[in-house]
Design a protein around this ligand. Structure first.
Ligand code: GTP
Ligand code: MG
Length: 170
């Protein structure tokens, strides 16, 4: 039969990578050119109807500024899914994403469904991180990879739905 699943999902990544923008696009269908930097964390929830399950995602959008780093474990502890976001126009943000992957591998739930989001895919002319490199990194580390754009909405629903599809069924 159909199952009802509640899942905690955490967004992690460098400041400015577009975590809040991805959530705002997904939950409200909106995009702000001047999205404010998150303080602490923000909470959203969204229910997805899949063919075999209804999945309620409880989404924690964390703050990427380094001074909030110590809060992150409160949000990824007990999470069944994570989206680690970087900005394809910013090499440093990709390096920061890899650090989050390491931290989750050491301290997160071992069965966590984890996505790597190369965000701002609309800014192709300023690209600094090759999609192939990120894809290869994701494969080696057991993540799934998508390039997204909160601005144009490319792959935003897709990445959240793909997470929901991969969650273990009750
Ligand atoms: P912190 O809360 O500081 O950790 O940042 P964040 O990861 O939540 O980034 P945020 O969503 O605030 O986005 C930072 C800036 O990038 C904002 O000005 C957004 O408008 C912009 N932005 C986010 N996503 C995209 C995108 O896909 N394309 C473009 N062109 N700009 C984006
Ligand atoms: Mg934010």
């Amino acid at each position: 039969g159909n199952s009802n699943i509640n899942a905690k999902l955490v967004l992690l990544g460098d400041m400015g990578a577009g975590k809040s923008s991805l959530v705002l696009r997904f939950v409200k269908g909106q995009f702000l050119e001047f999205q404010e930097s998150t303080i602490g964390a923000a909470f959203f929830s969204q229910t997805l109807a899949l063919s075999d399950a209804t999945v309620k995602l409880e989404i924690w959008d964390t703050a990427g500024q380094e001074r909030y780093h110590s809060l992150a474990p409160m949000y990824y502890r007990g999470a069944s899914a994570a989206i680690i976001a970087y900005d394809i126009t910013n090499t440093e943000s990709f390096e920061r994403a890899k650090k989050w992957v390491d931290e989750l591998q050491k301290q997160g739930n071992p069965n966590m469904v984890t996505a790597l989001a190369g965000n701002k895919a609309d800014l192709e002319e300023n690209r600094k991180v090759a999609a192939e490199e990120a894809k290869a990194y994701a494969e080696v580390n057991g993540l799934f990879f998508m390039e997204t754009s909160a601005k144009t909405a490319v792959n935003v629903n897709d990445i959240f739905y793909e997470i929901a599809r991969r969650l273990p069924r009750a």
